[in-house]
Design a protein around this ligand. Structure first.
Ligand code: SAH
Ligand code: AVI
Length: 327
């Protein structure tokens, strides 16, 4: 554990966790349809590329969620009385800044608990925030929110807000999503609230443009997954031979990102002793990003033992923030 003045950072990622990438690769690349979980995008370069995605004109979720938060943060803090913010998948913590500002104005601000797999993003954001908010205590958790929610410290006594923003919940398929929401609900005591950001169903062309931008940043972000595997598992993916693919599945109402092999190739992944064949045109699924309706969110909450209390959206109905409590 690393403690400097107001910042404590606790890491739950150790050597056993290096095996997680190895196991996911071994598992995902030997399936009949190749697939890898999106959490492996976020090494230091992947986190930087995600920050660039957030600035793209086509990628509406970040600026829309930010706009809703800026308009509603004071209401959310007045409604919840929260003084502690626990943020899962905190990234650069830009949105936390808005909520912490509202807590400061309300006179409740006490502690920020970011949790992220990306050590680089977490350490950098903690340094910036502690300089900005006098007296703020930061307890950072480097870990995987699917496995390390136990690493979140007990509440500091006041009401707390647990946030999962950016639409990250949409990166999980329905069953995993509900299990994760149930586990997150376990962090809530009476009076605590969950703040969940979700992207909403809309014109597929708008969604597809957001995941296939003209500048090619999302394509680079997608291919970065192969760089992570090459570096961490001593593999030889010919990265530039893989094309970025993004399409909206209208039945499932999610967008999929894939990487398509332009030519047949054989990849050696020495770190797991695996040889993988890709046929010409074969695709590897790297991410799903589900788009929601209010009904779907209410159903997911009910299945996870949560109840929707407040629903905040923008005037174009692009994105929503839901405030929920334990049932
Ligand atoms: N909340 C920020 C960042 C969203 S990007 C925003 O709204 O802009 C998703 C973030 O979640 C990244 O910082 C990534 O490193 C983190 N992340 C993804 N999967 C994770 C997991 N399983 N456990 C912990 N963090 C995860
Ligand atoms: C982090 N997550 C919610 C982003 C999303 O929109 O699903 C990741 C992303 N993938 C491509 N662009 C952004």
């Amino acid at each position: 554990m690393d403690t400097t003045s107001a910042i404590t950072i606790d890491s739950f990622l150790d050597q056993a966790d290096e095996r997680v990438l190895a196991d996911d690769v071994l598992d995902g690349l030997t399936r009949p349809f190749k697939e890898l979980p999106p959490k492996h995008f976020y090494d230091a370069r992947g986190s930087e590329l995600f920050e660039r995605i957030c600035e793209l004109p086509e990628y509406y979720p970040t600026r829309t969620e930010m706009q809703i938060l800026c308009e509603r943060a004071d209401d959310i803090i007045a409604e919840t009385g929260a003084g502690e913010l626990v943020e899962l998948g905190s990234g650069a913590a830009e949105k936390a800044r808005v909520l912490l500002g509202a807590m400061k104005r309300a006179g409740t601000l006490s502690r920020y608990v970011p949790l992220d797999v990306s050590e680089a993003a977490l350490a950098e954001s903690a340094r910036t925030l502690v300089d900005e908010y006098d007296g703020l205590e930061i307890y950072g958790v480097i870990g995987d929110f699917e496995r390390h929610l136990d690493g979140v410290p007990d509440s500091d006594g006041g009401a707390r807000l647990v946030a999962l923003l950016g639409g990250t919940i949409g990166n999980f398929p329905p069953g995993t999503r509900r299990r994760l929401l149930r586990k997150i609900g376990g962090l809530l005591e009476d009076g605590d609230r969950l703040l969940l950001g979700t992207d909403l169903v809309k014109d597929p062309a708008v969604i597809e443009a957001a995941y296939d931008d003209a500048a090619g940043v999302t394509a680079e972000f997608n291919r970065n997954l192969l760089s992570v595997i090459n570096r961490e598992l001593d593999a030889n993916f010919p990265i530039e031979q893989f094309d970025h693919v993004a399409f909206f599945d209208t039945d499932r109402e999610w967008i999929e990102m894939r990487l398509r092999a332009r030519e047949a190739c054989t990849v050696e992944i020495d770190g797991v002793g695996l040889t993988v064949e890709f046929a010409e045109g074969e695709e590897l699924r790297t991410e799903i990003s589900a788009k929601f309706t209010r009904e779907r969110i209410e159903a997911d909450f009910a299945a996870a033992g949560l109840a929707l209390e407040r629903w905040y959206t923008d005037e174009d109905g692009l994105f929503a923030l839901s405030l929920a409590r334990r049932q």
